[in-house]
Design a binder for this molecule. Sequence first.
Ligand code: ZN
Length: 500
Amino acid sequence: MSIRVYNTLTQHKEPFETIEPGKVGIYLCGPTVYKPSHIGHAVGPIIFDVIKRYLIHRGYDVQFVVNITDVDDKLIEEAAAQDTTVPVLAERITAMYLDSMARLGIDTIDEMPKASEHIGDIVDLIQRLIGKDAAYVSGADVYFDVTKDADYGKLSNRKQDDQTAQRDVAGEEKRNPGDFALWKGCKPNEPAEVRYASPWGEGRPGWHIECSAMSIRYLGETFDIHGGGLDLIFPHHENEIAQAETATGKTFAKYWFHNGLTRFNTKKVSKSDAAMQDALKKMTLGTLLDSYGGELLRYFVISTHYRRPIEYSDAELESKRKGLSNFHRLFERIERVCGTTVYTDPTAGSDEWAAAPASEFADFAKDVERFAEQFFSAMDDDFNTAAATAACYELNTRINRFVEEQKLESGGSASAKTVAYAAARKLMDLGRLQGLFMSPPESRAGGDEVVDKLMAVLIDARARAKKAKQFDIADAIRDQLTDAGVTLEDRPDVTLWRMN
Ligand SMILES: [Zn+2]
C-alpha cells in the first residue's frame, strides 16, 4: 500500500508522490525564541520526527528543517522587559528549546537555521519581489502587495476582502488593507542589535518572509512538505506561499501538513480554580519533561492523530504512563524469560521474527503479522500514529497472552521462547519507528537504599497478611501502593516492584 497524506492546500487525502524520486524535503515552522516553550510547541517536532523516521523506513532520503525565529517584535519587547538584549534572550531560550528536543528524543532535524543569520537571503527575496512590482517601499518599510498574487488565499480559502484583520505596523502607508510587511524600518529608540542594514535603511524582516527565505535556502524553490500548527495557516503560511510563489513563479510546497493544537482539558480541574488553570497553561515544556520524561510526552502526543487537537490533562498523562509502562513491563518480562535483553542497539537492524520458528505457533504468528500490518496501514494512512500505537498495544497484549499460554514464566519450550522473543523484538521495532523504546525506562526503582528497604518492609507485610488470610489488608497495601505509583508484580517465589 502506498502512503496517502492529507493536504491542507487541496483539503483532500492524496497519494504521496515526492518531487524527486526517493527524496523528501520537510520544512517545519519552529519557535519564536522569546519565552520558554509549552507542550504545544513540542507537538510539531514530535510528529515530524515520527514522520521522518517512518519515511526513512520506507526508503526515502529525508531532509528535515526547523527554523528558529530570533528576529521578531516579541523578542524586542521581552528583552526590554527583562532588561537584557535580544541576542542574549534568544540564545537562552534557544538553548532551552534544544535541550527539550534532545530530551524528547528528537534527533532527526538536519538544519535549524536562525533568521538573524539569513538576513542576506531575506533581503534578496524582498528585492526579487520589488523587481516584480509585487512589493513596494513605503517610508522605511517594505510591503507585499496582495493584489499582485492572483491566487492569494488559496491555502486558507480567504478572500482578499477578509484580510483586513491582519495586523502589521499600524498607521503606515499601505496600498491595500491586506498588504503585509516584508521589512520593518527601525523605530528611533530601538537597540542597535535589532538594526540590520538593507537597501531601504536599517530595519528587520517580517516573520513571514523569514520562513520563505530560509525554506528556499535549505530545500530549494519547490519542496515536498511544509508543516506547522493549525493556527499558522493564516496569515503566516498564506503569506509564505504568496511571497515565495510570486518571487519564483513556481509551486512553493507541494503538501501542507497542519497539526492540531493543544487544548488544556479543564473539565478534570475545578472550573472555579482559575489559578490552577492558569498554572496548567503556563507549565513549560522543561517542567513537564522533569515530571514525565521525554518518552512519555512523546507517547502522549502520538496517541492522538496529528491533525486532531490534543487534550492535555494530568489525568490523561497518568493514564498514558500506565499504557507506556505496560510495554516496558513486557520487554522486561521477555528478558526475564529468555535471559536476553530486548533493548538491542536501536541503530542495528533485526530480523528475528523472520528467522523464528513461528509456524509452530500458527495462531500466534497470524496475530503478530496482523497487528504489524495494522501498524503499517495506519502509518500509510496520513501517518495515523494513534491507530498505529493502538496496534502496538494489541500486539503487546497478545505477546503477554502467549507467554501465559506457553507458561514461559515457569518453563516452556525453547522454541516458544524464541518466538516470544522475536515477537517482542518486532513490537520494539514498530515502536522505534515512532521514536519509542529506544532504551529501558529510567527506572526510579532501586538505587535509593531507604526506598528499597521500605519497599521490602511493605512487601513482607503484605505477604504476612496473605499468609494469615487477611486479604483485605494485603489488597489495601497493593492498592495504596498503586495510587502512589508503585506496581507490584507477584512471581512464583518473589514479589517484584517498580515505580511507574
Ligand atoms: Zn514559518
